[in-house]
Structures are given as structure tokens and as C-alpha cells.
Design a protein around this ligand. Structure first.
Ligand SMILES: [Ca+2]
Ligand SMILES: [Ca+2]
Length: 348
């Protein structure tokens, strides 16, 4: 218990004494990599846990990619919130035309892939994945022995995988239109290849997020809630103990939920983080780049967009310029992806 309290105080102390959202640690960071060694006792973590909600199915069209024209756009920002993340500088990037999925890849879509190929995800091979404690049942909580020291609201759950998002006994049967989760970068690559597609580069993803708006924070502008309307699935309430779910969702939302941006893309901000193809790097050339693909090698892959766990006071990374990283074999209950494709590909 003492160990846990120290970790919790450290986590919140970092937030309390570091202004301007400067905490670099969060659910979204490398603390959730499989190589992480920092774990603490699970005792006393579960204080104000609320059960997850079940939502009705949404439907989406078969042809679910958007053609994007590319051209020049401003990537990154000169007003970074997290200096260590490499959100800066704002720089001009040119992109050739490409396609991007309108939606995050859903459980339904991923199930088609698995049914056709017999693919086994890395979380299934490793035998566990990271789950947010607030989503766990009492039965699963009883089986836990450790949590992530720097982020104790995360726990590695045995047999948590894309079919069993909160561990054994849980199911995606009522969430087939929600984004697939507990998928690693390697899993995402395998899925996109099977579809004849690929992962977007970070530049393609950010261009798509911005939807032709220049220098704005979010896919829809600078106002988080225009006309008091929720525009994305993020966190409301006191993190990590209370999620008031005023946007309608305590965990993932259907991939069709919320308004699209001007490109017709949904949930670029929030819902689940999305893998990109690029290796992680925090220093960027400030000269004009054409179709940048990131470093040629690295240890972590870039993910973009933030998730249902993000709050302005904690992990303020549902901004288009924001970014984070994980090792390619990592997986978690707030991390998914969508695919891109070259313009020359024929989309059915
Ligand atoms: Ca939410
Ligand atoms: Ca997303």
C-alpha cells in the first residue's frame, strides 16, 4: 500500500508542479511498453470504479476510405504543450494524394481478417495486455497482483486481447462497431497488408487530422466544445477515479460516433490512439519535406490522436500536433489504428 501511495503521489505531484501540461508521462507513453519494468502493488487502486456501459450498434458503409488531395500543410506547432514529445516546430510538409480509412478499424473489420487468415495477435501470444482499471470487473480485479508504477490506473491483465477487451469472460459481441484494441503495431501492419493497404505515415495522419484547418488544435478548430457540443470521445471528470462520461462513453465509442472533420474522417482525435508507420523521433527538419516517412530505424513507433483516457489536465494529446510512442509489440485497451492506401490503388 505504501508503495502504491508513493507512486500515486509521484504521479500527481508531477502534474501539480509542472505547468502547462508538461507532464510527459501518461497512459499514452512508453510506460505501457512491454519492456516496462516499473510495476507496483495493485492494492488500494480500486476506489471509485464504475462498470463500463454497453452501447447500441452503429452501422457504416462498405466503401469506407476518403481520397485526400495532399499538397502543402503545416505539420507540428510552434506552441507545443509537451516539449519532450517533439510537437515542434511548425514545419511545411508536402504530401502526394492518398487514401485514408474514414474510421478506426473496427472489431467487425478485424474479425474478418482473423477469420480469413487465422492471424494471432501479439497480445494473444504474450498472454496479456494493458487494461484501464476503471473498466475491469470485480472478478478480474481479484486476480491482479501488479500495476504500472508510473501510471497505476493501468494493469497488465492475463488473457486480455482484442476478443476479450477486459480479460477472460468479457466479449466484443456488443462492440463489433467499436475500434479493435489490444493490437500491436505489428498486428496493425498485418491487417493493413491483408486489406491491400498500409499504415499512414505520421505526416499523412496529421494532415488528415487537420482537415485543411491551419494551425488549429483539434480536427474541428480551437474550441474544444463548440456550441457546448462534444466533438470527440475523451475523459470528463477527475482522472483517474471518476469518468463522468458526459460525451456518452466511459471506454471506447463506435467508430462512427461523433461528427467527422472537413475531410469526412471520424475520431481522429480521441476514442483510441492510432498507430502510424513512422519510427519515433523528437527532432524534425524545419526545411520543406516531401512525403516524409520518419527515421529509418528506431525502438518505438509513433501513435497519434489521444484516446478516451485523455483529459486537458492529463495526457492532453487529443490535439493534431500531439504525439506519443510505444514499442511495436505493445498493446493496450486504448490503442488501435486505421489504414491508408496509395492513390493508385483501386478501392472497392
Ligand atoms: Ca468519454
Ligand atoms: Ca482516434
Amino acid at each position: 500500500m505504501i508503495s502504491y501511495l508513493i507512486h500515486l503521489l509521484l504521479a500527481f505531484g508531477l502534474l501539480a508542479f509542472t505547468p502547462n501540461h508538461a507532464s510527459s508521462d501518461c497512459s499514452c507513453s512508453s510506460s505501457l511498453n512491454r519492456q516496462s519494468k516499473g510495476f507496483c502493488s495493485i492494492n488500494e487502486i480500486f476506489t471509485t470504479i464504475k462498470p463500463p456501459k454497453i452501447y447500441s450498434q452503429h452501422r457504416y458503409a462498405k466503401n469506407d476510405m476518403v481520397k485526400l488531395d495532399g499538397g502543402k500543410f503545416q505539420m507540428g506547432t510552434d506552441e507545443p504543450k509537451f516539449m519532450a514529445d517533439g510537437e515542434h516546430p511548425a514545419r511545411t510538409v508536402y504530401l502526394k494524394p492518398f487514401y485514408l480509412d474514414k474510421y478506426e478499424v473496427s472489431n467487425e473489420k478485424f474479425a474478418q481478417f482473423v477469420n480469413a487468415t487465422g492471424y494471432v495477435t501479439e497480445a494473444e501470444k504474450f498472454g496479456d495486455s494493458f487494461v484501464l482499471t476503471i473498466l475491469l470487473s470485480d472478478e478480474i480485479k481479484m486476480t491482479l497482483t501488479q500495476a504500472v508504477a508510473a501510471a497505476p490506473w493501468w494493469v497488465p491483465v492475463k488473457q486480455a486481447d482484442w476478443r476479450h477487451p477486459e480479460g477472460p469472460g468479457t466479449s466484443i459481441s456488443t462492440r463489433m462497431d467499436h475500434p479493435v484494441i489490444h493490437v500491436s503495431w505489428n498486428d496493425a501492419i498485418a491487417y493493413c497488408k491483408w486489406r491491400g493497404k498500409r499504415l499512414p505515415t505520421e505526416a499523412e495522419w496529421e494532415y488528415s487530422c487537420r482537415g485543411n484547418l491551419k494551425g488549429r488544435l483539434y480536427p474541428w478548430g480551437n474550441n474544444l466544445m463548440p456550441k457546448n457540443k462534444h466533438m470527440a470521445n475523451i475523459w470528463q471528470g477527475q482522472f483517474p477515479d471518476e469518468n463522468t462520461a458526459e460525451d456518452g462513453y466511459i471506454g471506447t465509442a463506435p467508430v462512427t460516433a461523433f461528427d467527422p472533420n472537413k475531410f469526412g474522417l471520424k475520431n481522429m482525435a480521441g476514442n483510441v490512439w492510432e498507430w502510424t508507420n513512422d519510427w519515433w523521433n523528437t527532432r524534425h527538419p524545419d526545411k520543406l519535406q516531401h512525403n516524409p516517412t520518419g527515421p529509418t530505424t528506431g525502438t518505438d513507433k509513433v501513435k497519434k490522436g489521444g484516446s478516451y483516457m485523455c483529459h486537458e489536465d492529463y495526457c492532453y494529446r487529443y490535439r493534431c500536433a500531439a504525439r506519443s510512442q510505444n514499442t511495436p509489440d505493445s498493446s493496450a485497451s486504448n490503442l488501435g489504428f486505421r489504414c491508408a492506401a496509395d492513390f493508385k490503388i483501386k478501392i472497392d
